[in-house]
Design a protein around this ligand. Structure first.
Ligand code: ASP
Ligand code: MG
Length: 448
């Protein structure tokens, strides 16, 4: 069985839903199809939530009517028969009357916001599955809220998901297409919750892992993961093959195409992930797999560059660190206590520099560090540039090639050797575009 996930733009127009049907029924294999909300819907729902939180009910009601009109016109083009359209109208009426009922809950809390934002995926999946039914396809709608569960830290409960999903699928092995919602889940209180923005990719990977799928395919509107940021750099190209490690670094460090957690369950169960383009289904896209399955292309030295903005660097010094042990532990315990992940790290004998992207606890962290360290003023507005590839310790000249490409750009920090697949640099965000372009020229041969 395969798991295919389609993002917001891939379901954002009735004709796109029509082409998805053609894609998923082109062969007889059984598929679990995970859908996002129609493009723009999650943002629209969050904006309704903002109005409700601010007690601007008239404004919220207007936004709701506007969104509903969009769905009403969508279903007119989606279905081909009056029976289909009547079903579509029922779905839209039901969900929007639920949305309106949420307006009356006072005060409007994060719990209601999550119920509201879940409507995007509930709408898209019901509409799509009833369209499949209208077209006579053998299909089933599987409610994600009955098997997707997260724990108190927002982490998916893999064992529960696997058990529940297998149990729910068992009676339906005659169905060819099983449609379910991305993004949404229940929390330990049984409330509607979600896997955070962009979480539908994560859903697909969790399902793929749980059922040990042959493959997880993530369908978007770009032809795979590119070697550099196409919004900033000209002449980028899709990467054919990546290992799980490389893809995880890239997804975390800013390659927007994939939710950063997506790789974890796929890698855990060894299920390959393929990134495909709905607009160009014949294009090979990007295959993410373990090193042996990822083929010869995984030996290429430089594979891709990604950048992550909004980074803050902290500089921690102490003469007491000289020849001392346990010092790093004391420092990191403070970050752990404040649940603040550290992304990058550089050390000397008497100092440590670290970067964080979540500054909500910065004051508490620096207060506690100051008790036993000297702190320099943090640097804000920093960017991590992450270069991914095959940097075996036996190869000479890798760092030289990177640094020589960046010879005209001030670099704040370097981290190399954490794995054999990553070299990260920290620089002020004002140099980001220049750095990405310089690396593209210096590390990649133009591909035609
Ligand atoms: N609809 C959700 C979002 O816009 C989840 C997703 O699309 O992956 O973030
Ligand atoms: Mg996405």
């Amino acid at each position: 069985m395969q798991v295919w996930k389609f993002g917001g733009t891939s379901v954002g127009k009735p004709e796109r839903m029509h082409s998805i049907r053609t894609l998923i029924t082109a062969d007889d294999s059984t598929k679990i199809v995970v859908l996002s909300a129609l493009s723009g819907t999650t943002n629209a729902l969050l904006s309704i939530s903002e109005s409700l939180k601010g007690n601007h009910d008239d404004e919220a009601a207007e936004k709701i009517e506007h969104l509903k009109a969009h769905y009403n016109s969508f279903i007119r083009d989606l279905y081909k028969t009056t029976t289909g359209l009547t079903k579509g109208q029922q779905i839209v009426e039901n969900e929007f009357s639920y949305i309106r009922s949420l307006m009356r809950v006072k005060p409007f809390t994060p719990k209601q916001e999550k119920e509201l934002v879940a409507e995007g995926e509930l709408l898209s999946t019901q509409m799509f599955q009833s369209y499949l039914e209208e077209q006579g396809e053998s299909s089933l709608l599987l409610p994600a809220l009955e098997f997707m569960r997260i724990d108190a830290d927002g982490e998916p409960e893999l064992d529960y998901i696997e058990r529940k999903l297998r149990e729910m699928l068992r009676p339906h092995n005659d169905k060819q297409i099983i449609v379910t919602q991305g993004f949404i889940a229940r929390n330990p209180r049984g409330e509607v919750d979600n896997l955070k923005r962009g979480g539908s990719d994560y859903t697909a990977s969790l399902i793929g892992g749980a059922i040990r799928a042959e493959e997880i395919q993530i369908w978007t509107d770009i032809d795979g993961m590119h070697n550099n940021d196409p919004r900033i750099v000209k002449n980028t190209f899709p990467i054919r093959e990546l290992t799980f490690e490389e893809a995880a670094e890239l997804a975390y460090f800013g390659a927007k195409i994939l939710h950063p957690s997506t790789i974890t369950p796929a890698r855990k169960y060894g299920v390959p992930v393929r990134l495909k383009n709905t607009m160009d289904p014949a294009a090979p896209g990007t295959l993410i797999a373990d090193r042996t399955a990822a083929g010869a292309a995984s030996d290429q030295v430089f594979k891709a560059v990604a950048a992550k903005d909004g980074i803050t660097a902290l500089y921690i010094h102490s003469l007491r660190m000289l020849n001392a042990y346990g010092f790093l532990r004391r420092i990191f315990e403070i970050f752990e206590k404040h649940k603040t992940p550290v992304d990058m790290l550089a050390t000397s004998e008497v100092s440590v520099s670290v970067t964080i992207d979540d500054t909500s606890k910065l004051k508490d962290i620096t207060d506690e560090l100051s008790a036993f360290c000297d702190l320099e003023e943090p640097d804000y507005d920093q960017t991590i540039i992450c270069i991914v590839g095959n940097f075996s310790a036996d190869y000479a000249g890798i760092a030289a090639q990177v640094l020589s490409a960046l010879r005209n750009i001030p670099i704040r920090m370097i981290s190399y050797g954490g794995t054999e697949h990553n070299l990260s640099l920290l620089l002020h965000s004002r140099y980001k575009a220049e750095a990405l372009n310089a690396l593209n020229d210096g590390l990649f041969r133009p591909q035609n």
